[in-house]
Design a binder for this molecule. Structure first.
Ligand SMILES: NC(=O)c1ccc[n+]([C@@H]2O[C@H](COP(=O)([O-])OP(=O)(O)OC[C@H]3O[C@@H](n4cnc5c(N)ncnc54)[C@H](O)[C@@H]3O)[C@@H](O)[C@H]2O)c1
Length: 311
């Protein structure tokens, strides 16, 4: 019998622990949780293992403060780092989290040469690029989670506005994870009907605005820490696509090679995700305004990565 996929989650905080929980509940594989805080990854792994008999999963769960247990992982999710507090932007986290993510990637790639890396730590787009550089991996094997979450937020607001099931709603939010996200109402549908045919422009603009502010709205409510249920569910959707080679088209932060007129930068784009990571960036037929905003997002990310390279 083939071994279960091995999923390592670095950072056993709010997002990391929920990723571990959803991943074992969905029986995606065995999970190794890593964190610098002594006892926390071990305690959460043990606690989750003891939910197994009730939720009926047999996954092996291991917690550690080191990396030896992570060897030969198939998928590695990196959530280690600081999260936003009220009044902070994602970019305020840039330098501190760059240090953390850089050292995590070095430890991981020394032990898992064939893994797919899924970055979550903010500021997301810059962390993906940094992780790719540090890893020496092919671009396809390093990917970031943001668009699945931003699209899920947009889908939620659309479903609430139109009083329909979330299952009827698809949406695409591309671009950067932050002020430069690019929601695409023309490619967001309810049972196949673009929302531009169902809602007036002012209403769509309000939903787009709430989506762009979706993370900050939750940070403002929680006061300590940021959102984690929808973020971890989004990560697990990507882990599922990779572990089960579903080849789903999802909005992810992927390397661009000329698509949308953008090259050599990680950007939120629709991409087909499977066992080998990103196997194709999908090009939608965007209008001039959408293209301009996507290119602007790409240049913003490029500038942030150049700031990091000066370190
Ligand atoms: N991409 C997205 O859409 C998205 C969504 C939500 C959160 N995030 C980001 O994910 C990150 C984690 O968020 P959270 O809410 O889980 O925060 P958290 O503070 O609850 O957890 C972070 C964990 O990382 C650990 N950590 C710190 N340095 C480490 C290191 N060197 N090695 C291993 N572990 C280390 C901490 O001990 C902590 O347990 C943040 O940067 C947050 O901004 C991104």
């Amino acid at each position: 019998m083939a071994a279960r996929p091995k999923i390592t989650v670095v950072g056993a905080g709010n997002v990391g622990a929920s990723v571990a929980q959803y991943a074992v509940e969905k029986e995606l594989g065995d999970v190794v949780l890593v964190d610098v805080v002594e006892g926390v990854p071990q305690g959460k792994a043990l606690d989750l293992a003891q939910a197994g008999p009730i939720h009926r999963y047999d996954a092996a769960l291991v917690g550690s403060n080191g990396y030896d247990e992570t060897g030969d992982s198939d998928v590695v999710v990196i959530t280690a780092g600081l999260a936003r507090k009220p009044g902070m932007t994602r970019d305020d986290l840039l330098f501190k989290n760059a240090e953390i993510v850089g050292s995590v990637v070095e430890q991981i790639v020394a032990r898992s040469k064939n893994a797919i890396l899924v970055l979550v730590t903010n500021p997301l787009d810059a962390m993906v690029q940094l992780a790719w550089k540090k890893s020496g991996f092919q671009t396809a094997r390093v990917v970031g989670m943001a668009g699945v979450l931003d699209s899920a937020r947009f889908r939620t607001f659309i479903a609430q506005e139109l009083q329909v099931s979330v299952e009827n709603v698809t949406a695409f939010v591309l671009g950067g994870h932050g002020d430069t996200m690019v929601p695409l109402p023309r490619y967001s549908t309810v049972a196949g009907i673009p929302i531009t045919e169902l809602l007036p422009k002012e209403k769509i603009d309000a939903l787009v605005q709430r989506t762009a502010n979706g993370g900050a709205e939750i940070v403002g409510l929680l006061k300590t820490g940021s959102a984690y249920y929808a973020p971890s569910a989004s990560v697990v959707a990507m882990v599922n696509a990779i572990a089960n080679d579903t080849r789903e088209i999802l909005p992810v932060c992927a390397w661009t090679t000329g698509q949308y007129g953008v090259s050599d930068v990680y950007l939120g784009v629709p991409a087909r995700l499977g066992r080998a990571g990103v196997d194709e960036v999908v090009e939608l037929d965007l209008n001039e305004d959408e293209l301009a905003r996507l290119r602007e997002a790409a240049e913003g990310i490029r500038a942030k990565c150049e700031d990091l390279a000066k370190l």
